[in-house]
Design a protein around this ligand. Sequence first.
Ligand SMILES: Cc1cc2nc3c(=O)[nH]c(=O)nc-3n(C[C@H](O)[C@H](O)[C@H](O)COP(=O)(O)OP(=O)(O)OC[C@H]3O[C@@H](n4cnc5c(N)ncnc54)[C@H](O)[C@@H]3O)c2cc1C
Length: 563
Amino acid sequence: MMQMTKHTYDAVVIGAGFSGLYQLHTLRDQLNLKVKVIETGHDLGGTWYWNRYPGARCDSESHSYCYMFSEEIYKEWSWSERYPGPDEIRAYLNFVATKLDLRKDIQFDTTVTSAHFIEADNVWEVATNTGDTYRTTFLITAIGCISTANVPDIPGLSTFKGKWYHTGNWPHETVSFKGKRVGQIGTGSTGIQAAPVIADTAEHLYVFQRTPNYSVPARNAPLTDEFKEYVRNNYGEIKEVVQSTPNGHPFRISSTKVFDQTEEERQATYEAAWDKGGLQFRASFQDLIVDKKANDTAANFLKNKIKSIVVDKETAESLSNIDHPYAGKRPPIDTNYFETFNRDNVTLVDLKKENIEAITATGIQTNAGHIELDMIVFATGFDAITGKFLQMDIRGRQGLPLSDAWKEGPRTYLGLQTPGFPNLFTITGPGSPSVLCNMPVPIEQHVEWITDCIEYMRKHNIDTCEANQEAADEWVDHVNAAANATLLPTVPHSWYLGANVVGKPRVFMPYAGGMTRYRAICEDVVANNYNGFVFASDGIEENTNNRTNDKFAAAEKIQSPGI
Ligand SMILES: Cc1cc2nc3c(=O)[nH]c(=O)nc-3n(C[C@H](O)[C@H](O)[C@H](O)COP(=O)(O)OP(=O)(O)OC[C@H]3O[C@@H](n4cnc5c(N)ncnc54)[C@H](O)[C@@H]3O)c2cc1C
């Protein structure tokens, strides 16, 4: 029989990635709370614990993909490459965890299965798969936006005699492709990273492509001593840039509009961005993500690049037959992705021309024929942003399940709280900038906002903090308005809209108004007595601030999107 142990904490944090680690530090070491972090994995790292697939690498540049809250920690760590891989990111997070002595308060190998708010006591009762339960005043989810692997429901998978893997749940031992016929399904950011590395050793790689994608060369390289020195000596400046740009990257978005330049100048701008490589390509012009005609110039440039790289005309046509605006979906960056299709051992299977009918014992059956395979790699992405929330049985006031509150799509206030779920805070929750940014930046901002809020509550003897319904409704409208000011919602198959998961409501989930604007709104809420949040002590509401529409009005007037 399972041993049941009850624990009592001030705060329980779910997840031990970037978010959970920093939240543990602030609540425990700054507020002196009794805190426990609960983590499914056997070790810390979050995304980078689970995603160890061939070619896995961060697309954010290393000197910005890290914590900025401590100058000392920032300067003590030195990155080796322009983009860090999972091993180096885990080493970094371990360095931080050791420095801040975090491990002793993390419960690994444990999954939170349910969390129920007990109204009589104003506490959360948290249950886990190990049988332990936790009573806690504050419950904070640090469960990640891209942490629920999505394996498509293709008939016959259980009959497949070879091995199959999802990139987001990759084994920790080496997977060898030598002598293997591998089928890779999916050509998003992950698939684009994985294919060239799998092709290096596989006997043959078949890439099944449903949605062709743009990609810009990453141009990864070891960092020079000179650059490392620059990073060490310019902490303040780098921090200022990542915190004042809309998407938290260490570069500014150009203030030039696409049609401010002549055709010749524009091509030169794109060529220079292509040579520099990375996500910065998206920052070449101010209006790329808002103006379809402007976007077409980038899209055509990138399609022509594909055609100039890929030798086989039919394959080049299939790869460049892209139906959405550039960066309308998460823009991938790559190392030799399109070049991979010039190899003799790589075949593109264009799922616009043929359909996968079933997985068989020995391969994949399409309506055009059977492809014999020894191994299948699903690079099919994630049930993003809401996936992990809805895997838990979370219930708020009057037993309201979160799955009911979010039936038509997630409804939060600032992505931080959901009405009816007091003292439940969600780091990078739906309705916050999250995945549209270099994520350590929004993570730090959320952790610090939540910490300040809890500190305020304790100072003022407040029992509960809860988003008010009207505030959440207004915020959801604002999130939609911000998205609709961009080209992002025009991409029907985007995971930002939940379109990659069967049955998921089509709602644009992240806040596209930009991190700088979002930060200012959050600060404004605090300055206005936590406007939109209801504080209560002994069941009596403390702040009687009624919400007004003024709060987002300034934000609404800004026409440019935040990304
Ligand atoms: C392949 C890939 C590439 C990425 N590249 C970039 C990039 O280039 N730049 C960028 O900014 N971001 C990138 N991201 C996003 C990345 O997730 C974030 O940058 C960051 O790692 C998120 O940290 P987190 O702590 O919020 O969540 P995560 O790192 O996802 O950690 C969440 C943790 O919560 C745990 N958990 C979830 N539910 C439960 C539960 N019920 N019980 C117990 N534990 C639970 C999970 O096991 C996980 O370890 C990428 C993501 C992926 C998957």
